[in-house]
Design a protein around this ligand. Structure first.
Ligand code: C5P
Length: 222
């Protein structure tokens, strides 16, 4: 893409999984690799943006020349996001945030006792929806990983979460998506959509940044 298409802008991206503590040694998490969010951070940097990468625990290297903020839980991620909300123009939520967390975090390691144990979970805050509802909201882009009726569910999330764009991908395919180096997606916005065939996450990130920059320009004209 043309370099400099995001010059002068601050883009915040969330990436990776979150970890929700059960006790001092255990947590609930997911298999998100962080690859898509990290690729978006690098592509946005190459497009001239100042980039803040809010990342859950991952094993991949952070791109150079981005401001990395490491977080653990969904609530940490929300707090980090809210810190930047009024200074960023574009917010991209690529993180796989845990929907629920254990209601109580034990102070000490939970001891093995009966044949079963119950864990009560409580809903986490929705990071991207909270950002998109904010008074000084940035142009907000979410992701939707679905296994069926991908575009229908994604369009529902676009509306419910008050997003400007959503990147929908089919995670029932094992050649793309979660943990893979490749991805295919359909990007939806209020009055349009664009599909990306299977390609590397780096290539997709660059194309997404180009599309996001274009839609952002339309948005600021309104
Ligand atoms: O509702 P669902 O989890 O499918 O929505 C996915 C989108 O919402 C992603 O952009 C994800 O980063 C974001 N999300 C979030 N906070 C949550 C749950 C999801 O920011 N608690």
């Amino acid at each position: 893409f043309e370099s400099g298409i995001l010059a002068g802008l601050h883009l915040v991206v969330t990436a990776g999984p979150t970890r929700e503590a059960i006790d001092p040694v255990r947590y609930i998490s997911n298999h998100s690799s962080g690859k898509m969010g990290y690729a978006i951070a690098a592509a946005a940097r190459d497009a001239g943006a100042r980039v803040t990468l809010i990342s859950g625990p991952v094993t991949i290297q952070a791109p150079e020349r981005v401001n990395l903020e490491k977080v653990e839980s969904a609530r940490d991620m929300l707090e980090a996001a809210l810190e930047h909300i009024s200074s960023c123009q574009i917010f991209v939520a690529a993180a796989a945030v845990a929907d629920y967390r254990p209601l109580n975090v034990a102070n000490q390691k939970i001891k093995k006792s009966g044949d079963s144990m119950d864990l009560t979970m409580i809903k986490n805050p929705d990071v991207v929806a909270t950002v998109a509802q904010h008074e000084q909201r940035p142009f907000t882009v979410g992701f939707a990983a679905e296994t069926q009726a991908v575009e229908d569910y994604a369009r529902g999330k676009l509306e419910n979460k008050n997003l400007d764009m959503i990147v929908a991908n089919d995670v029932s395919r094992d050649d793309i998506g979660f943990n893979s180096d490749h991805n295919a997606a359909t990007v939806l916005w209020s009055d349009g959509q664009q599909s990306f065939d299977s390609m590397s996450k780096d290539t997709m990130a660059r194309q997404l940044i180009e599309l996001i920059a274009h839609r952002y320009q339309q948005y600021t004209k309104k």
